[in-house]
Design a protein around this ligand. Structure first.
Ligand code: URA
Length: 450
């Protein structure tokens, strides 16, 4: 059977305006026979519990992570088995589409497979806790999510049954709750924007993942500037430390806003980091970074601080950045003292304001925003505008809403909310704008110090 036929054996069902979405693991024999989800024994049990808590199933959207029946043959008999990671990955785009179409107020994840596939966490870690979905999974980022046992387990085990009913009740309450009041829910602890020393971050990818684990993060997106060199190491560390590592990148783009040419950063979340075209483009962007570094080195030379290009390269493991020049200066006492004597500052952000060392006029050359979005999408990623409300530092532009609308028309799919770069009011504004434009809102620390 072809992959596409397998995928469509049993699709989700329910009204497009459903407020509650129920996501199970995969259909069983009866479901495949009737081409409907949850109509076998577990389904009948689920219906009974829904009725008991006052929810009409016909008002819910019911679906599964995997849309075909995974089986194995034991002693000549066909039995159900849990879906493999590859099978889950194969069906994920279908679920993403359903989430984007339905935009439910609340989502209930039934069983370990659904919990793991959508949150990266084990059911034992998150069962019964309500949280907001801040995943890249869908633009419906305001959905409240609850994970509970699979009805088949609750049906068989009396101990699980009570808990299952209580969790379902909570999901029922949440679907009646206005989105704004969902603010109190804990977001899933995921950071969608983290750097490593493969660009201008402080620590090696393995260390970054270890820190993330120590902070209790469920997942991180490694977003190095114009490069994907750190991802393999981070993914291996992720497996070791139980942290989901989402392969990502931060692409340098340029735009002219209010007559000023500057930088706009576009995150590519969930890219295929082996994508040949993406790698080629990153190579080109690194060339532009080299040009930028040479210009900065010249400006330092003009004020009597000599920095050798080869020393800058020696301080970098991947793409070059201004921070690498600073590392060279800070590693040398004489240079550091001279810097302080000439400028009276040694704080990186200050260099991008008005000083005798004019760095703020040099912008790193990049792609157009349209081109960046296209490259990311072609590599299977989601283009997200990083910190749009950032004040003009490092040559990075503040992006007005009208520009964001324009970007959305040619392929941008998300806006980053940021505690570091934005005020609370800005984040509220961008969350609202994202919703209005049908974009997802991701949250990222833009941490360079993990
Ligand atoms: N179990 C599931 O997870 N889904 C179904 O549709 C049926 C049983």
């Amino acid at each position: 059977m072809s992959k596409s036929k397998l995928c469509f054996q049993v699709s989700g069902e329910g009204p497009k305006n459903a407020k509650l979405m129920i996501i199970g693991e995969a259909p069983g024999r009866t479901e495949v026979e009737l081409s409907r989800p949850f109509v076998g024994r577990a389904g009948r049990f689920l219906d009974k519990v829904l009725k008991e808590i006052g929810i009409e199933r016909k008002k819910c959207y019911v679906t599964n992570i995997v849309k075909f029946r995974p089986t194995r043959v034991v002693h000549g008999k066909t039995k159900d088995r849990p879906p493999t990671d590859d099978e889950i990955t194969l069906c994920m785009p279908l679920l993403r589409k359903e989430l984007a179409e339905i935009r439910p107020r609340s989502i209930i994840l039934l069983g370990g497979t659904a919990a793991k596939a959508l949150t990266g966490r084990k059911i034992s870690q998150i069962r019964g806790k309500a949280f907001r979905m801040l995943a890249t999974v869908s633009p419906s980022t305001q959905s409240a999510v609850i994970a509970t046992y699979h009805p088949a387990a609750a049906m068989r085990n009396r101990k699980f049954r009570k808990t299952f009913v209580a969790d379902m009740r909570l999901a029922a309450v949440l679907q009646r709750t206005k989105t704004e009041t969902l603010e109190f829910l804990q977001p899933l602890h995921t950071d969608w924007h983290v750097h490593t020393n493969c660009s201008d971050g402080r620590s090696a990818p393995r260390k970054v993942v270890e820190h993330a684990r120590n902070l209790g993060l469920a997942g991180i997106a490694i977003c190095d500037h114009d490069g994907v060199d750190g991802i393999r190491e981070a993914k291996l560390a992720g497996e070791r430390y139980g942290v989901v590592v989402v392969p990502s990148v931060e692409i340098t783009a340029n735009d002219t806003i209010d007559g000023k040419l500057g930088i706009v950063h576009i995150l590519g979340i969930g890219i295929d980091y082996n994508d040949a075209n993406l790698k080629r483009i990153c190579g080109r962007l690194r060339g532009y970074r080299t040009e930028y570094i040479r210009k900065c080195i010249k400006r330092f030379g003009d004020i009597g601080i000599d920095v050798e290009f080869k020393d800058v390269v020696a301080h970098a493991r991947g793409s070059l950045g201004f921070g690498n020049i600073m590392s060279v200066i800070r590693a040398d006492r004489k240079k550091t003292e001279k810097l302080k004597a000439v400028l009276g500052i040694d704080e990186v952000p200050a260099f991008f304001k008005d000083t005798p060392l004019v760095i703020k006029d040099i912008a790193i050359k990049g792609l157009s925003v349209r081109e960046a979005s296209r490259v990311i999408t072609a590599a299977g990623g989601i283009p997200v505008l990083a910190h749009p409300g950032n004040p003009n530092r490092y040559g990075i532009l503040q992006v007005p809403d009208q520009k964001i609308r324009e970007y959305a028309r040619f392929g941008l799919q998300g806006i980053e909310l940021s505690q570091h770069h934005h005020t609370h009011m800005q984040n509220k504004h961008y969350a609202k704008l994202a919703k209005k434009l049908g974009l997802m809102a991701t949250t990222g620390s833009d941490s360079h110090k993990l």
